[in-house]
Design a protein around this ligand. Structure first.
Ligand code: CNA
Length: 466
């Protein structure tokens, strides 16, 4: 590094005067960069970008005072703003990230004018690679060839379980994010997150591999909309050769503090003078640069065509969503109808079952009623002997007084009566009848002897079936 005491024309290295400093750019302005390009010196341009290129699309950046997400993150009750993208914090409390993800979720935003600088440079064969820290995937929507893009901090394009690392369907994760619910792995139950690189995680392997080969080839570095606060991405600006001019387009200066970083104010007196800055909005800076290069009309046309394409894509998406919705409603209606039919069928079955039960109960009741009726029909006859027994008792008393007067049924009467009972009733009734007969016959020892003899000697008639 040059000594701060060196003059503008010479520099001291270990006490020796060395070559005069080389001016790669005539000065630190946009027009100096445009001139360099127009001279055909930039054939391997690398563009590095950050959240500042997407704010014009409506996506908040991190650090812009007042409008950045970090100022907004108080509502998530975080211990420090970066915690929302910290993998250790996420494992304990994933909710803030998923709430923020809902805001950042691609699909609602269109690429900005600045984004179209990438396919423009690609079309001219000047773009070596675009390295972005953004996770919004807007570069992809410009039609930029995937090969020319490195999403250094990953993106929402894919999702993965942080435990078993199984890659999951990002549409499924997207649905979770939109519903404000946290996705858990269906294989192992671990947390699933979009493959966005959190603080504490490794950057995608593609980043390291390509950076190693690209930056030494780079002959113009354009840095857009980034505070260059995140490592190791920010260090890429130091990886270009000493003669590679570097341009920053941003609302504020950035990347000056690190070793080998920007030196807009010629503070470090590097051997080469090569850093330029445009302070302002990316879209304005890019438009100015394009104008100076003679590309403004082409860039504007690409931007407009892109917008029309986006509009068509959005309308198609809306149509397919409407169709999906219609289909979902039809499916729901069909399911509702089926459920209703099923319920009706079930109710009908239940009703039939109930009716059968009722009928069975009725039959049982009717049978019982019939049985009672029959019993009642039998009762007066079986009771009569009891009355006779009572009468018999009275008669017994009277008999004692006047034995000649005793009213005892004749043997033939008893046999006749018993036979009739036994023929017309069931066994229970028959046994009752026998009991009754016993009682009748108890009135007279003489008669009991007669009846017993008869019952013993005669075969009891078979009861009638009920
Ligand atoms: P940052 O730290 O928030 O810095 C943004 C920079 O852009 C600041 O210096 C702003 O002044 C500047 N800026 C904002 N708007 C404009 C504009 N219209 N024109 C010019 N300059 C502007 O964001 P970084 O990108 O430097 O930080 C890296 C983080 C941010 C990465 O890990 C990203 O994943 C993360 N991030 C990305 C998005 C996105 O994908 N759109 C949004 C928010 C955060």
């Amino acid at each position: 590094m040059a000594s701060p005491r060196s003059s503008a024309k010479t520099r001291l290295q270990k006490g020796k005067i060395v070559e005069p400093r080389v001016h790669i750019l005539k000065d630190g302005s946009l027009s100096a960069v445009a001139e360099y390009i127009k001279e055909g010196k930039a054939k391997n341009i690398i563009v590095m970008s950050g959240a500042g290129i997407s704010t014009a699309a409506g996506i908040k950046d991190f650090r812009s005072p007042g409008t950045g997400l970090y100022d907004d993150l108080e509502k998530y009750n975080l211990p420090y703003p970066e915690a929302v993208f910290d993998i250790s914090f996420f494992k304990d409390n994933p909710s803030p990230f998923f709430r923020l993800a809902k805001e950042l979720l691609p699909g609602r935003y269109r690429p900005t004018f600045t984004h179209y600088l990438l396919p423009l440079l690609a079309r001219k064969g000047l773009l070596l690679r675009s390295y972005t820290q953004n996770i919004d995937m807007l570069e992809r929507l410009t039609g930029l060839d995937d090969e020319l893009l490195v999403e250094a901090h990953g993106s929402f394009a894919t999702s993965q379980c942080i435990k078993c690392e199984v890659v999951t369907d990002s549409k499924w994760v997207r649905k979770h994010i939109l519903k404000s619910s946290i996705p858990y792995c269906e294989t192992c139950g671990g947390l699933v997150k979009p493959t966005i690189t959190f603080f504490g995680e490794d950057l995608p392997a593609r980043f390291g591999r390509l950076a190693l080969q690209d930056f030494k080839k780079c002959d113009l570095l354009i840095v857009l909309g980034t505070s260059l606060q995140v490592e190791p991405f920010n260090r890429l600006i130091t990886r270009v050769g000493p003669e590679c001019p570097r341009l920053l387009i941003n609302r504020e200066k950035a990347g000056e503090e690190m070793h080998g970083g920007f030196d807009f104010d010629d503070k470090w007196k590097y051997p080469t003078v090569r850093d330029a800055v445009f302070l302002g909005n990316c879209d304005d800076g890019v438009r100015e640069l394009a104008k100076l290069c003679g590309w403004e009309g082409e860039l504007q046309a690409m931007f407009e065509a892109g917008n029309i394409e986006m509009q068509i894509a959005e309308e198609m998406e809306a149509l397919s969503l409407a169709a999906e919705l219609e289909e979902a409603v039809a499916v729901a209606n069909e399911a509702e109808k089926e459920a209703e039919e099923e319920a009706e069928e079930k109710a009908e079955k239940e009703a039939k079952k109930g009716a059968r039960k009722e009928a069975k109960k009725e039959i049982e009741k009717e049978t019982k009623r019939e049985a009672k009726k029959e019993a009642v029909a039998v009762e007066p006859e079986t009771k009569r002997p009891l009355q006779k027994k009572e009468e018999g008792k009275e008669k017994e008393g009277r008999q004692k007084e006047t034995p000649a007067e005793k009213d005892v049924p004749s043997e033939d009467d008893v046999v006749q009566q018993l036979s009739e009972r036994l023929l017309s009733t069931d066994l229970n009734a028959a046994s009752e009848t026998f009991t009754a007969a016993d009682e009748i016959l108890a009135v007279s020892t003489e008669s009991v002897v007669v009846v017993t003899t008869i019952v013993d000697t005669k075969e009891a008639p078979k009861p009638a079936q009920v």
